[in-house]
Design a protein around this ligand. Structure first.
Ligand code: AMP
Length: 222
């Protein structure tokens, strides 16, 4: 199953993608996570990515396509994958189409998670994540049991540097200008399912799984 998670920053793409990947037993590919890992390791890619990410701008397409090409050629992607935060521009989507065509495969589904802008700003300002295992929390809606510490591994939770109000607003603007047009791009090309991301995390997952169950009925791919 090859899925693209689409939706604004803070819609819950990462959280849903992670859970879906586990259920479907396919890799979760988050270009944002790959960049953050490169920043942590202080590689050349990290250094370059950081200069864009800190401002809420997109990393240039050629750099992003390079890492995606490398990642999807790894053996674990043969059974499928879930893209989270990629593609983010029409150029990336076109490039991905070419890449998949060369591999003789195509996307199965676009999962479009929708949330209002005001809700997003509140979510991202209150987002904390675990630098060790990647678990994501919300200080009000989904706080850790012990304040400031990861429930699963006990690490100190951190806020993302790009989750400040000014950068969040820029990320939303960039999303509207560059990523939202992907809906039109995929319309009529790849099946798209919309979900209300304002609902509880478990509810959204349930609805996506339900949809996938119906999809399975229609197709042999899953
Ligand atoms: P995310 O974790 O998906 O919210 O991404 C965080 C940041 O990483 C974005 O604001 C961009 O600066 C960068 N980024 C992640 N994915 C992409 C992509 N597909 N294309 C360009 N930049 C990206």
């Amino acid at each position: 199953m090859r899925i693209v998670m689409l939706g604004p920053p803070g819609a819950g793409k990462g959280t849903q993608a992670k859970m879906l990947a586990e259920k479907l037993n396919v890799p979760h590919i988050s270009t944002g996570d790959i960049f953050r890992e490169a920043i942590r390791k202080k590689t050349d890619l990290g250094l370059l990515a950081k200069s864009f990410m800190d401002r809420g701008e997109l990393v240039p397409d050629d750099v992003t396509m390079g890492i995606v090409k490398e990642r999807i050629s790894e053996p674990d992607c043969q059974k499928g994958f879930i893209f989270d935060g990629f593609p983010r521009t029409t150029a990336q989507a076109e490039n991905l189409d070419g890449m998949l065509r060369n591999l003789g495969i195509s996307l199965d589904l676009i999962v479009d998670i929708q949330v209002r802008d005001e809700e997003i700003v509140s979510r991202l300002e209150n987002r904390r994540s675990c630098p060790a295992c990647g678990m994501v929390y919300h200080l009000i809606n989904n706080p850790p049991v012990e304040s400031g510490l990861c429930d699963s591994c006990g690490e100190l939770l951190v806020g993302r540097v790009d989750d400040t109000r000014q950068v969040i607003l820029n990320r939303l603007k960039v999303y509207e200008e560059k990523t939202e047009p992907l809906k039109a791009y995929y319309s009529g090309k790849v099946e798209t399912a919309q979900f209300d991301g304002a609902q509880e995390i478990g509810k959204v997952l349930e609805q996506i799984m339900e949809y996938l169950g119906r999809y399975q009925g229609k197709s042999e791919v899953l």
